[in-house]
Design a binder for this molecule. Structure first.
Ligand SMILES: Cc1nc(NNC(=O)[C@H](CC2CCCC2)CN(O)CO)c(F)c(N2CCN3CCOC[C@@H]3C2)n1
Ligand code: NI
Length: 183
């Protein structure tokens, strides 16, 4: 099982690489890795397991964070309506997005960044994503709210982008044009 020792931290070069596309259909190994990534996220949200293995809570994970520079991500979270969004994706790609932006009022964190970095992280309010599922079938997702924000955070990892790259360096809480806080 994946634990925090498997998660590389800011400064590790892999976090700044553009990850390689996964060949479709995926190999058994790629499928096993992606399943283990989802398992980690679910474990991290289980109070007992998280305590037992000292896991930081998460709702998403990208393969570069476990030093695998491949375009694979897992997400497991509920949206504001309580709908579960649980995804294990190969080669996710944002194919369209809203002009309007949004952001988490309390900013973002990252399992690969040990310190708190305050500031507004502007994200597209809505995204349409094309990807392949765990079996290599193509799918299309239209996301808004926290699922949309989390999807963008994970796809950024596949392109070597960290959440704090989006924070205004001169004024981290400067209002962002056409961006509205989530909730
Ligand atoms: C918002 C949030 N971010 C948590 N952590 N950070 C992460 O997931 C990073 C990715 C997220 C950062 C902002 C958007 C994506 C990991 N990233 O580095 C991967 O690239 C949380 F843990 C969390 N929740 C709320 C829901 N809760 C349900 C019950 O279990 C606990 C869980 C805690 N919400
Ligand atoms: Ni992250």
């Amino acid at each position: 099982m994946i634990t925090m020792k498997d998660i590389i931290r800011d400064g590790h070069p892999t976090l700044r690489k553009v990850a390689e596309e996964v060949t479709i259909p995926p190999t058994e190994e790629d499928r096993a890795v992606l399943k283990s990534m989802l398992e980690f996220i679910i474990n991290s949200q289980d109070e007992e397991i998280a305590k037992k293995y000292d896991l930081r809570p998460g709702i998403g994970l990208a393969a570069p964070q476990i030093n695998i520079s491949k375009r694979m991500i897992a997400l497991h979270l509920e949206d504001e309506k309580g709908k579960l969004h649980s995804y294990t994706l190969f080669n996710p790609k944002i194919v369209s997005h809203s002009v309007e932006k949004t952001y988490l009022p309390n900013g973002e964190g990252c399992l690969s960044v040990d310190e708190v970095i305050p500031g507004i992280v502007p994200r597209y309010a809505r995204v349409t994503v094309k990807a392949f599922d765990i079996d290599g079938n193509e799918l299309k997702l239209r996301l808004k709210g926290l699922p949309s924000i989390a999807m963008q955070h994970e796809i950024d990892h596949l392109n070597g982008i960290m959440f704090y790259d989006h924070i205004n360096k001169d004024d981290p809480f400067k209002p962002v044009e056409n961006a509205f806080p989530l909730e």
